[in-house]
Design a protein around this ligand. Structure first.
Ligand code: ADP
Length: 759
């Protein structure tokens, strides 16, 4: 049966058809046979009854007269009938008159105890026929027929016919099933073929052909529908796989899977590129111990493993790694541990980024910050003693020195100012190079700016008998994009050089024109000695004086270097058009401003006329400063002004108390105090009712724009940088004490003071 189950479906159905055919035939033949056998039995009984009646009638006389011979003769005649196996004729008293057959059969006849009629016993029929003569019963005739032989013959006949019919039927069924089964099995086999193709090639695009509308047709439909769904899902899965594969392969970030043992299982192209490898396979095959091969510090790998094993994830883990060529890089990694069902780590997976550039920038920024802090400190440290040198020098100069002292004092002042210029320029260059220079680029009127610069230059030019002139008609509508103060600084530097290096009675001229590239070119030319061509290449290098150091013309060699950096920072340029032997022509270029904003006329300084006002009243000034020489300097400066009463405090808290008690007209405030920061002192002054309106002028060696801006925003009236210029100092003091603290004047002071500082 198991064997049959594994046979092809066609054989199974053929076998089934033939078995059913055989069974049906057998049943039919059996029924027919038994019917025939029954009919034979009935017919034989009837025949036996007729024979019995005839024989009984024939032998009636023999029975009356007990004529045995006659009776025997009659019975013997019955032997011709093959089915009658025994006959017995007996008298009424059961005495046998004649008999043929065997003793067993006589016993069977006697044992049956029938006196009349037919009795069936299997294949045997026993007839008891009464023998009558003239209506009187004389005896009984018994006939025993055996149908066994007839029946056997019948069986043989039927068996033979059945065998032949069965064979014919089976052959016919086999032949027909071979033909008709195709209708049933072919669609199933076709379906099976399709299923095999799908299974073998994972090709979900094939479809089974539907050839009928029966159950197999339905099955084909369902199968095709299922294939369509699988195909759709398969294509969705493929697309998703493709998408993730592309993300993996084309990601900018490196992606990896690595074992806790230190091997890479999978990496993407970006990861390989990061390490300088040609392909992911190269790094996968060549790295057998990540800690030793790639980590610069293998202890970091241990740290990474410890973190990921403890927390399951590691974020922003930074470490230094070796590239293939041995160079080092900084990497930043995010990773997670992938575990099996029992919690054992199978592998780590994550992303990694090359942060070498960021690290480098951070390093540069750290260095730049350190440099800025250093500069700020140096600036403060150098300016504080310079303040005393220049300040006391100026005081001595004003106190009628002797003829011997005067040139000495001038030397002190000139050397101090030279040093101050040097410090300012070095700091400016450093600031630009550190990217810390704060510029406020806006439309600036060229004509106004040139006039202002020329005005400032006139005293020096007059001193050196140099003619200063503008070569063009000044057009007030021409604007350039520039930082006003820095632009003026560059112009003044060019003009100062021109005046300085041009021999007496020479000429210095300014001019400007549009150079056709939407730029304005401003030129400064002179009739001086010019600069030899071979030295022009070093013109803008710091500390290069190109031989001027041998002359008696003072300078630092930083002016042009600073000017060039300032021009670049403003988006402009600087250069020389020609030089030597006809003199020099320097130029600066700035982008033209298209829609200039209306600007107030340049602020002109006018320090006169205020002294008279201030002389009329006695005013209290509080100076909060911890440096003794600076305190003494200011005290001595105010000694010239008896109308001012000077109060001093060397600590912030003492200063605050004095301010509350005396309500001074002006507070001069240093920022570096031993107890409180000057900024905090200012904040407290501005928060107290008694001191809120007292003008505060900050005096500090810190000249950084951000610091000035911070203090001005916090409420300072003005900001003066050390070393102090005595004239400017008193101008601010006079202005502040005369005008008090109104907002309008306060703006003016700030502008004026800042202008002084920038110069
Ligand atoms: P300095 O402080 O020496 O003037 P600068 O950077 O301004 O420094 O100028 C650098 C050098 O260029 C000067 O020392 C001088 O030799 C030369 N120089 C600059 N301007 C002129 C000029 N107008 N005529 C001649 N030489 C000049």
């Amino acid at each position: 049966m198991q064997n049959l189950r594994d046979r092809p479906i066609r054989q199974k159905i053929t076998f089934l058809i033939m078995t059913i055919t055989a069974a049906v035939l057998l049943l039919a033949f059996a029924a027919l046979f038994y019917f025939q056998a029954y009919t034979l039995k009935r017919h034989s009984a009837h025949e036996l009854a007729v024979i019995g009646e005839l024989t009984a009638h024939e032998c009636a006389a023999a029975v009356r007269f007990k004529d045995e011979d006659a009776a025997t003769q009659i019975l013997t005649g019955l032997r011709t009938m093959p089915q009658i196996v025994s006959a017995r004729l007996e008298l009424l008293d059961k005495q046998r008159l004649a008999f043929f057959g065997s003793a067993r059969e006589e016993g069977e006849i006697q044992g049956a105890r029938v006196t009349s009629g037919v009795k069936f016993n299997g294949d045997r029929i026993l007839l008891a026929q009464p023998v009558t003569l003239s209506g009187v019963r004389e005896g009984t005739l018994y006939l025993l027929a055996d149908l066994h032989a007839t029946r056997s013959q019948l069986l043989k006949l039927y068996g033979g016919i059945f065998g032949l019919v069965l064979l014919a039927c089976l052959l016919l069924a086999f032949a027909l099933s071979g033909q008709f089964l195709r209708f049933v099995t072919d669609p199933i086999l076709r379906l099976a073929d399709t299923a095999r193709t799908v299974a073998d090639h994972s090709d979900y695009s094939v479809r089974a052909r539907k050839v009928c509308n029966d159950e197999v047709g339905l099955l084909t439909d369902a199968f095709n529908q299922m294939l369509a769904q699988i195909q759709a899902q398969d294509s969705a899965v493929r697309k998703a796989e493709e998408k993730y594969r592309l993300i993996f392969e084309n990601a900018i970030e490196g992606m990896f899977q690595s074992t806790p043992g230190g091997k890479y299982l999978n990496v993407n192209a970006a990861f390989a590129r990061m390490y300088g490898c040609d392909s992911p396979e190269e790094i996968i095959t060549q790295v057998s111990d990540i800690a030793q091969t790639t980590y610069v510090d293998s202890a970091r790998r241990e740290e990474f493993k410890r973190l990921i094993e403890t927390h399951g994830v590691v974020e922003l883990f930074e470490y230094e790694a070796y590239r293939k060529d041995g160079t080092k890089m900084w990497l930043c990694e995010n990773a997670r541990a992938v575990r099996d069902g029992t919690g054992v780590i199978l592998y780590y997976e994550g992303t990694v980024q090359d942060v070498t550039e960021r690290k480098r920038v951070e390093e540069v920024e750290r260095a730049s910050k350190a440099k800025t802090e250093f500069l700020s400190r140096v600036s403060h440290e150098l300016r504080t003693p310079l303040n005393a040198i220049i300040g006391f020098g100026q005081l001595l100069d004003r106190q009628s020195p002797t003829e011997t002292q005067r040139p000495r004092i001038r030397h002190i002042l000139s050397a101090g100012k030279h040093l101050l210029g040097l410090i300012n320029e070095v700091l400016d260059i450093s600031r630009i190079e550190a990217g810390k220079l704060h510029l406020s680029v806006e439309p600036v009127a060229v004509a106004a700016m040139l006039e202002e610069a020329l005005d400032l230059m006139r005293p020096l030019a007059a001193e050196r008998k140099i003619e200063l002139c503008a070569e063009v008609e000044m057009d007030a509508a021409v604007y350039v994009m520039a930082d006003r103060q820095r632009f003026k600084q560059v112009l003044l530097n060019l003009l100062t050089n021109a005046v300085k290096y041009t021999p007496e009675s020479g000429q210095v001229a300014v001019s400007y024109y549009s150079n056709g590239h939407n730029n304005i070119r401003i030129t400064v030319s002179d009739t001086g000695p010019g600069i030899p061509a071979e030295k022009l290449g070093r013109l803008f290098m710091p500390f290069e004086r190109l031989g001027a150091e041998q002359s008696n013309v003072e300078g630092t060699g930083l002016g042009l270097a600073l000017s060039q950096r300032l021009m670049h920072a403003m988006g402009g340029a600087i250069g020389v058009e020609f030089s030597a032997p006809r003199g020099s022509k320097f130029w600066v270029e700035l982008p033209r401003a298209k829609s200039p904003l209306p600007k107030a006329a340049p602020h002109k300084r006018n320090g006169s006329g205020r002294r008279e006002n201030s002389k009329a009243v006695t005013r209290k000034v509080l100076y909060i400063e911890d440096n003794f020489s600076n305190l003494t300097l200011i005290e001595e400066m105010f000694a010239e002004r008896p109308q001012f009463e000077l109060l001093t405090a060397m600590q912030g808290k003492v200063g605050l108390d004095l301010a509350r008690q005396h309500s001074p007209d002006l507070i001069l405030l240093d920022l570096h105090l031993p107890d409180l920061d000057g900024h905090e002192v200012l904040r407290q002054l501005k928060s107290l009712d008694t001191t809120r309106d007292v003008p505060v002028v900050v005096i500090s060696a810190d000249a950084t724009a951000s610091q000035i801006d911070r203090l001005m925003k916090a409420g300072a009236m003005a900001y003066l940088t050390k070393p102090l210029d005595v004239v400017e100092f008193f101008r601010v003091v006079d202005q502040t004490t005369v005008t008090g603290g109104t907002t309008g004047t306060r703006q003016k002071h700030s502008a004026a003071v800042l202008a002084i500082n920038e110069n």
